[in-house]
Design a protein around this ligand. Sequence first.
Ligand SMILES: [Zn+2]
Length: 250
Amino acid sequence: MTLSIVRKNSTHHEPRKTGVQPTFLIIHFTESRDAADPDGYFMATRQRSDGARVSAHYLIDIDGAITQYVDEQNRAWHAGLSEWGGVSDINTHSIGIELVNGGPTYGYTDFADAQIDALIALSKDILTRHNIPAHHVLAHSDIAPGRKIDPDYKFPWRTLAAAGVGSWPQPVQADFNEAAMLLRDEAKLKQALVTYGYNPGLDLPVLVKEFQRHFQPEAFTAQPSYAGRANDETALRLSALLRQKLAMTP
Ligand SMILES: [Zn+2]
C-alpha cells in the first residue's frame, strides 16, 4: 500500500526537547461524527469547550484518508497528563495518530477496514523510521488510565499485531505457571502491570481494566462484563506480554 498523505500545518506544536526522538506511537479516537471537528481543533478554526489547544501528528478518516498536521520532529499535543514505564510527558516522546470514530458519544462503531489498513501502513512506516519497539505502540487509555478510554475495546489490536504493528500476547507453557502465581497475589499482579509500563500510582482494578481494554477486549463484551477483574486469561496474557517485551529489550 502506497502512503498518500495530505499535509496541513497546525500551529499547535512546539519543538521536542533537544535531542529527543520519538520512542512511542500513541493511538487515539476522535469521538466525533466526522473529521471536521478534529480538523477544526487542530487548525484552530474551532474552539474546544474546555479551551484546550490540541493536535496530533496524523488524523485518519473512516475511508482511510490520512492527513498530517504536525511534523514528526515536533511535539504535538495529543496525550495530555500521561505516563508509561516511568516516562511522563509522553507528548515529548511520541507520535500521535487520531482515528475518526464516534466513540461512546456518537455510537461506538467498529473501525472500518480501509481506516485500519491505512493505519497499519502508516504505522509500519513510522515504526521502521524511528525504530519504535512493538511494546511502545500504545492506546491513549494505556498511558492515561482512568482518564481516557480511547481507542477503546473495539480497536483491533490483534489484527495490527499480526500485521507487524504493536504487541499481542502469545502464551507458552511457562506463562501458565507464572499466571497462576500472579493471580494468587494482588501485589505481584500489580507489580507485573507496572513492570509492563502502567502507572504505579493507580489502583489495581483501574490498571486491570485498562490492560483488558487493550489486551482482553472480551472482558468488556462478555455478559456480564468482567472489566476491572482479572481472571486466568488476564494473567496469562500479561505474563506472555512481559516475556515478549523482555525478549525484545537488549
Ligand atoms: Zn486520545
